[in-house]
Design a protein around this ligand. Structure first.
Ligand code: BTN
Length: 348
């Protein structure tokens, strides 16, 4: 267990305060027996709670959205864990219990932006691996200072704190890793064949299903912290969307016709992202990630228009550099874009 004196974050964020910890331990025990009643006495004995404390912790888990029933003489039963759609931070922590990086989820029903939350924590020396999730952002941010719109409680809106062994110029690699992670989960878990548009858009049939924003702080040769934010469109229908977004946005629900429970989806993405982030700490891991990205990126080989500082450069996207920048070749010159807005001009 973390030392609360030498590591002020250990107690609160990593192991949780008492109530958080109690929720986790109760969920763990109930989940071992999912679909069966566990007598109250077995819970109080094993967890060391009083009857009163047990009922308080059960209520707290129910408030998080977990499906727990209690029947006199029988005890407590949890059901439908993987179908839970409410963002229960205890459930997310439970689903991430073996993850090497992401272990602690903090949830806000409504917040300015999860990017702000994680940046604030990072500046206070919080450890890598914290995940901030919300159902509603009042100042949701997209790339290049744009705002990020999302219908309330329908999407995954989250940011993670990473402390990678990278230089600030390499931050684009985090966008590529996050894009690969989301794309892989959409394909493997939900049968959606999404495409990666450099640097960080994920599209299905030309409509956006996910946006990613990575920001970093550091010195020229070292990142202190990076914040990667992901907005993934999950459970909205076209009717849930404001008119102006209907042509340009899609969701898992629109593509598959069924809802996707968000805590499970979040845990799948984070687990996939973990292994890619671990790869980023080794040169051969970066080379592997770049090779996978170059193969999967739908921008490569296309005629593109790249908008940067009011200039429109047109050419063919021919490659991705070691730092994740886009290489575009026109008839008479080749340019490298570390960050820019790209438009695909023609189908491949
Ligand atoms: C883009 O495509 O422009 C990037 C969008 C990133 C949106 C996510 S939602 C969670 C996190 N919080 C924010 O304010 N932005 C990111």
């Amino acid at each position: 267990m973390a030392d609360a004196v030498s590591d002020p974050w250990g107690d609160h964020l990593l192991t949780g305060n008492n109530l958080t910890n109690s929720r986790y331990r109760l969920l763990e025990y109930l989940a071992e027996n999912e679909g069966e009643f566990v007598p109250g006495s077995a819970l109080t004995d094993r967890l060391g709670f009083s009857r009163q404390a047990l009922s308080k912790v059960v209520s707290a888990l129910k408030e998080e959205g977990l499906d727990i029933i209690s029947v006199p003489q029988k005890g407590y039963m949890i059901k439908n864990i993987m179908e839970t759609d409410r963002i229960s931070p205890t459930l997310v922590d439970f689903l991430l219990r073996d993850d090497p990086i992401f272990r602690k989820c903090i949830y806000f029903p409504r917040i300015t932006s999860t990017q702000h939350v994680i940046k604030d924590l990072a500046r206070q020396d919080a450890p890598e691996g914290i995940v901030a999730v919300t159902d509603e952002q009042t100042e949701g941010r997209g790339r290049r200072g744009r705002s990020w719109y999302a219908p309330v409680s329908k999407n995954l809106l989250f940011s993670v704190l990473i402390r990678p062994e990278l230089k600030p110029g390499d931050v684009q690699l985090l966008n590529l890793a996050a894009g690969l992670a989301v794309r892989s989960v959409l394909a493997g878990g939900y049968g959606i064949g999404a495409k990666l548009k450099w640097p960080n858009d994920i599209l299905v049939n030309g409509r956006k299903i996910c946006g990613i924003l990575s920001e970093a702080a550091g010195e020229p040769d070292r990142i202190y912290y990076a914040v990667t934010g992901i907005g993934l469109n999950v459970n909205f229908t076209e009717e849930d969307l404001e008119e102006e977004y209907r042509e340009i946005a899609t969701s898992i629900m629109i593509e598959r016709g069924v809802t996707a429970p968000r805590p499970l989806l979040l845990a799948r993405i984070l687990k996939t992202l973990s292994s890619l982030i671990i790869d980023l700490n080794r040169p051969e891991g970066i080379a592997k990630l770049l090779s996978v990205y170059r193969n999967e990126c739908d921008t490569i080989g296309r005629e593109v228009s790249v908008l940067q500082d009011d200039n429109d450069f047109r050419g063919t996207a021919v490659g991705i550099t070691e730092q994740g920048a886009l290489v575009v070749k026109s008839d008479n010159e080749e340019k490298i874009f570390a960050a820019a807005d790209v438009h695909h001009l023609r189908m491949k």
